[in-house]
Design a protein around this ligand. Structure first.
Ligand SMILES: C[S@@+](CC[C@H](N)C(=O)[O-])C[C@H]1O[C@@H](n2cnc3c(N)ncnc32)[C@H](O)[C@@H]1O
Length: 984
């Protein structure tokens, strides 16, 4: 992670800490800023703020990182109370009142040091002044800490704060008590947020986002017009200016530490009435060249600020009005140390501030840098690093690499706040710096132009932040690699070019935004910073280079797309209209890439996407089209969690697909276990050397039994009975034989009880003699007659029966629902006896041996169905022709069948113990009974040994074996058919 600590200004830091704590040094007078002001609840806020901490905690709901940060900051600002501190600390991380009560009473407190020890979590002790280090050591070696498997130890005397994560080698952190919120990321696991190191170290970004969020909400309260569609852009632009100023004042881009905040504090009235005017004057100064300042009335106190512009301060200097609270928020935000900002992380977080729908989940959508590198490394960074290694100290080779890099363009057509671009830029700067170091040119200014990092973003605030993030990244890299002085010298004024286009990537022509050569950008985007910027003047600085397209565009399954998005997708897939109907929104970016690659054949692209585009119907629709356009998957990452700050890493499961024009070079498949495999082709399901999609089969390709649809009523509901009706008919000997239990998918999964009328042909006349039944059959007949479908109308005269009937003479059936949740670890399947009528929301194998059920209940089958069948949103949509008939099964001996039968029986018996629990209850992944899980494990063990003589290591290995076998079985079926034809 790149956190750049520039030369520290101790005096300033101290001043800031005081400021944040309680007293603001004013011009002579002391202005009290009550700390509690920052934690005032916001009772009348009409805005959708996330629901409050207290309510969440009482309900035991999980807190997100931003909420935790708020609570921790409030705690640090309160008067320190030694006895109360441990409980308040645990409360801030979302512990419920009942949990705290038990700790207070000592029921669950395992401390042997008079502190508070929560099992598996933390051992906290407060101590006398000056004894913090000694206390921390004692906590570490305390037997109770080890016994309770505490992950953290924490000691404080209210002046100093020390803590350590005992599961890492990072050693203890030590800081002033008031600064401990700067380290709150370390403790996120206490709230169930397991984080990568990167996230743990983003405490500053989370704190800054949280504070800016509060300011944003407060300003919108006082300036409702700024929240309207017309003024939202101004509001967002104002926030971008503020962020820049906070960064600039802490990094000496503005002369003198903290100049921006302290000028506002000094010059604006305490009642906040003129805060907006003071800020507006500062912005005006930043938009006026120093030489032109005389005569335009820039006040003396604003004159010390440099000319910044670059579009950032051009246009209206209008500023929203500040309430007292908003003013104090602003001063408090200025009190943070903005040198620590991480433009990649911060950008992703801050964009939620301006989005009413996302504000509640503030910070949750942060994308971790390691995940972004999973895209960028194989796309081009690995190659650059490899060249660097090969060059060693060879000056010419190093020079060639540097020249190559300055011609590289990186283009993210759904860039959000620019995190992919920022990371790409920072990584390239690191390589360039290493080249310069090896060539003894360490202080050389960079040749990598920021304008080679292009983006398209739909929403204006993230687009603004993207540009700002890149500017900050450039400055930070300059400080790191060239030194503060050089960085400052070249920084201002900002460049006025606009290389992040605010617009719709599925409507814009990518060629006009990221042209293949140095020709100008033809597209005039919505201007980002108010001033119309002549984009046509922005050439790529170094033409003729490589183009790398990357990003994580929005996924959206077809059900969730708005009508506009459907239209956009249709325009993107104009040449293949059928794809627009069935595929996810993200596929539009593939379509646009195909068009782009048609003109720029060397362009390579890698996108993060949900795995749906490599599953079922979408896989077999999309990838043949891609192949026809001479594009192939060059590398891919098999499914993994796209982790973010959400509790328990509740990120989506995604894949990465990297594409380029067809070539003979080996393709690389990255697994979640860190394994990289090379192969000739990566197929539509991201399986090596399986180039084709699975085709439907009308009959099983292996030993499995035939699977049929359940019975289809098409009756308008009139053949169905309420439980009361069923009971009454059953009690009457004249009608009891017409009532049967009906098993739809709901009944199978959720154990609902449902009945229907079932009348054999031979009984029709007798049944019609019963008034209730006669009435019902009349209703069925008229309903069918009204149907537009000829096949239904034809059954109006046979109202007593279902339209499609199967397996009614069977004694038993193995039943599988057609649609079921993707969250279960095994597919729902059940075994029923003859008295049930199986509905057409299910498939059924009639009178099939039980070993067939063992196959369906296996993890292997789950993986196969999840991959080759269609998904409805994410839910499994089972298909007999595509999923069951194609399921590749090796030859089964009688012994194999007997073993599998036994496994299926064990599964059924294990379920039986929990009667009347339903399949939904028993297969809840959080609550699956151990004996049932073991029965499934045994089933998997037996089946997988039949396949490969051992358990598979993971689902990827399962899938690969299945495809290998499938390919062989299909080939032998085809060969068999050909032989037969030959013989005839
Ligand atoms: C999943 S986010 C990724 C952004 C960023 N890379 C990140 O990780 O935060 C997708 C971004 O695409 C933007 N977006 C959605 N539809 C778009 C469109 N049609 N054209 C351009 N951008 C779009 C969204 O506003 C959002 O910022």
């Amino acid at each position: 992670m790149l956190v750049i600590e520039t030369a520290s200004r101790q005096g300033n830091d101290d001043g800031k800490r005081q400021q944040g704590a309680s007293t603001l040094p004013g011009s002579g007078a002391e202005i009290k800023v009550a700390p509690f002001l920052f934690m005032l609840p916001d009772p009348q806020s009409a805005l959708k703020e996330s629901y409050r901490f207290d309510e969440r905690r009482r309900e035991g709901g999980r807190l997100n990182a931003v909420e935790i940060e708020e609570a921790i900051s409030a705690l640090a600002e309160r008067l320190f109370e030694a006895e109360e501190f441990p409980y308040a600390f645990l409360e801030a991380f979302g512990n419920k009142e009942t949990t705290l009560k038990r700790l207070r009473k000592g029921e669950s407190n395992k401390s042997d040091m008079g502190g508070v020890l929560q099992t598996n979590n933390i051992h906290i002790a407060t101590c006398k002044a000056g004894e913090v280090t000694r206390t921390l050591t004692a906590l570490k070696v305390s037997p109770a800490t080890a016994r309770a498997k505490a992950r953290f130890v924490l000691a404080t005397d209210g002046e100093m704060f020390e803590a350590e994560d005992l599961t890492t080698d990072d050693g203890p952190i030590s800081c002033a008590y008031t600064d401990f919120p700067n380290h709150f990321g370390l403790f996120l696991p206490l709230a169930g947020i397991t984080t990568v190191r990167q996230v743990r170290e983003s405490s500053f970004d989370i704190r800054a986002t949280s504070r800016l969020n509060r300011l944003y909400i407060e300003l919108l309260k006082d300036n409702p017009k700024w929240g309207t569609a017309q003024r939202r852009h101004d509001m967002n632009h104002f926030m971008a200016r503020l962020i820049f100023c906070f960064f600039a004042e802490d990094t000496e881009i503005f002369d003198g530490g903290g100049a921006f905040t302290s000028t506002i504090e000094t010059m604006s009235a305490r009642d906040s009435s003129n805060t907006h005017e003071v800020i507006s004057e500062l912005f005006r100064a930043m938009n006026t060249k120093v030489a032109e300042r005389t005569g335009v009335g820039i006040p003396r106190w604003a004159d010390g600020f440099p000319y910044v512009n670059g579009g950032l301060f051009s246009g209206s200097a209008d500023v929203p009005r500040f309430s007292r609270i908003a003013r104090s928020y602003l001063l408090h935000i200025g009190g943070l140390d903005w040198r620590k900002i991480n433009p990649d992380i911060f950008g992703s977080m801050i964009q939620a501030v301006a989005d009413d729908d996302e504000r509640g989940a503030l910070g949750m959508h942060y994308t971790s840098v390691p995940n972004i590198l999973k895209v960028l490394n194989p796309l081009f960074l690995d190659d650059l690093r490899q060249q660097l290694e090969q060059a060693n100290d060879n000056a010419r080779m190093l020079l060639n690499l540097r020249k190559r890099m300055l011609k590289i363009r990186v283009f993210d057509p759904a860039c959000g706040s620019g995190n992919f671009l920022v990371i790409a830029y920072k990584e390239m700067r690191a390589i360039e710096a290493e080249i310069n170091r090896r060539r003894d040119e360490a202080h050389r200014s960079t040749e990598i132009p920021l304008t080679n990092f292009r983006g398209i973003e739909l929403r204006d605030f993230p687009a603004e932040i993207a540009r700002l993030a890149l500017i900050i990244a450039e400055y930070q890299c300059d400080v790191l690699y060239r030194g503060q002085k050089e960085a400052l010298r070249d920084f201002l004024p900002l460049d006025a070019q606009n290389w992040i286009t605010c617009g719709n990537a599925l409507r814009l022509d990518w060629l006009s935004i990221c042209p293949p050569t140095g020709t100008g950008v033809k597209h005039h985007a919505d201007d980002l910073f108010h001033t119309p910027l002549n984009q046509a003047q922005i050439d790529f600085e170094n033409e003729g280079g490589e183009t790398y397209i990357c990003g994580n565009p929005p996924y959206k399954g077809s059900k969730w797309q708005t009508s506009e998005q459907k239209e956009e997708l249709a325009s993107a897939w104009a040449k293949f209209p059928h794809l627009a109907k069935t595929t996810d929104y993200v596929s539009g970016w593939l379509a646009r890439y195909l068009d782009y690659a048609g003109k720029v054949p060397d362009a390579v692209a890698a996108f993060v996407t949900t795995n749906s585009i490599c599953q079922g119907q979408q896989a077999s629709d999309i990838w043949p089209v891609v192949s026809r356009r001479d594009i192939e998957i060059r590398f891919a990452h098999t499914p993994f969690k796209w982790s973010n700050l959400a509790s328990h890493n509740a990120g989506v499961t995604v894949i990465i697909v990297g594409m380029g024009s067809k070539s003979s070079r080996p393709k690389r498949l990255f697994g979640d276990d860190g394994r990289v495999r090379e192969c000739e082709v990566i197929g539509p399901y991201l399986v090596p050397n399986m180039p084709d999609a699975v085709a439907k089969a009308n009959r099983p390709i292996g030993p499995q039994f035939v699977m049929l649809f359940g019975n289809m009523p098409r009756d308008g509901g009139h053949l169905f009975l309420t439980n009361q009706e069923a009971g009454e008919l059953r009690r009457d000997p004249a009608t009891s034989r017409y009532v049967r239990r009906f098993l739809g998918s709901e009944e199978l999964i959720n154990g609902k009880l449902r009945h229907c009328l079932w009348i054999e042909d031979r009984d029709v006349e007798a049944a019609k003699g019963q008034e209730f039944i006669a009435d019902r059959l009349a209703l069925v007949a008229s309903n069918r007659l009204a149907s537009p479908a000829e096949s239904t109308r034809a059954f109006a005269n046979h109202a007593h029966r279902f339209v499609q009937i199967a397996g009614t003479a069977a004694q038993t059936a193995i039943v599988v629902p057609r649609v079921s949740s993707e969250n279960r670890e095994y597919l729902p399947v059940d075994f029923v006896t003859a008295d049930c009528i199986i509905g057409d929301r299910n498939f059924a194998l009639y009178d099939a041996p039980l070993w067939n059920m063992a196959l369906i209940a296996s993890r292997l089958h789950w993986v196969w169905i999840g991959t080759v069948c269609v998904r409805l949103e994410m839910r499994f949509s089972y298909s007999n022709t595509l999923g069951w008939n194609t399921f590749p099964i090796p030859t089964l001996t009688d012994k194999n069948k007997a073993d599998l039968t036994r496994c299926a029986e064990d599964i059924l018996l294990a379920r039986e113990t929990y009667f009347p629990s339903t399949i939904a209850d028993l297969y809840d992944p959080e609550a699956m009974p151990e004996d049932l899980r073991s029965a499934h494990e045994r089933n998997d063990e037996v089946l997988e040994r039949i396949y490969i003589g051992r358990r598979f290591k993971n689902d990827t290995e399962r899938l690969e074996k299945l495809f290998e076998l499938y390919t062989k079985m299909i080939a032998s079926t085809v060969a068999g058919k050909q032989k037969k034809v030959g013989a005839v």
